[in-house]
Write a protein that binds this ligand. Sequence first.
Ligand SMILES: [Mn+2]
Length: 336
Amino acid sequence: MRSARTLQQLAAVPRRSLHHRSAGIIGAPFCRGQPRDGVERGPDLIRAAGLLQKLHEQSCAVKDYGNLAFEDVADDEPVGRVKRARAVGSANRRLSEAVRAVKQDGHTSVMLGGDHSLAIGSIHGHSAAVGDLSVVWVDAHADINTPLSSDTGNIHGQPVSYLLHELHAKIPVLPNFSWIKPCVSAKDLVYIGLRDVDPAEHYILKLLGVKVFSMSEVDQLGVARVMEETCDYLSAKVKKPIHLSYDIDAIDPSVTPATGTPVSGGLTYREGLYIAEQVAQTGLLSAVDMVEVNPLRGETDQDVRSTVNMAVDLLLACFGRLREGNHSPDYRLPEP
Ligand SMILES: [Mn+2]
């Protein structure tokens, strides 16, 4: 016969045991993947909004590895249309090594950007440490232009192309990029939130059969079904560690206006959080990027605050914070 559980024993059973998680935080104050100054301030702003303390308060261990120092690259002339390839290549090489070290130390890696070109190094380093990955890419944009298909030449619109095995033959030689080995399969990639996709990108997504939940699918299915299908899709065969690459511009500009390339019609605050909560609940989240927070793109202090606070709330959700509330497993009610 099963013995009756006390109230406190019942209350102490978490939905999933997330309290043992630890966050290894890397700041990547880098902006050369796109033309606008300010995005390099993201890591310090996100820390200043209390990320580390709030993670501690939800019983998450935190190690801050500080900000990476990126060397200035002289004479970084365009290669074809590709801008600042040498700076982007060398910064990502450094980041890749840093993320690999954080994973080898046993943490869930948290890369604070910086622009989205940093996903190259973050995903590369993550894969170098743990092997095959799933990637959940939450963004208004697909960031999958090849260096040759890109109209702007800004590498923050291209990172996925360097990482996919299937596009390897379409990538030309670029200075400081020779260290990059493709490490993600198209079938292990899911996009959520797309609403500004270039023709070449759309062609690639269809050609490779990439799983995409654009804002149309979010509207049609609702975010709950989108996340159910995302998690089913990613866990259908082998359960791989998840890399969540979260571009703050996935969220609607009414909530996160301080970003370089805002696109209207984005995820609500609640939809954005729900995505992070559900990825965390898989228990497979192994690394997260939080990118494209740019305080100089906000018109008011409130614009910047709202954008930074969203980034913090998303990261807290990644480490198990639930809107229903949380308590640590050893919590005990005070006795009278
Ligand atoms: Mn992006």
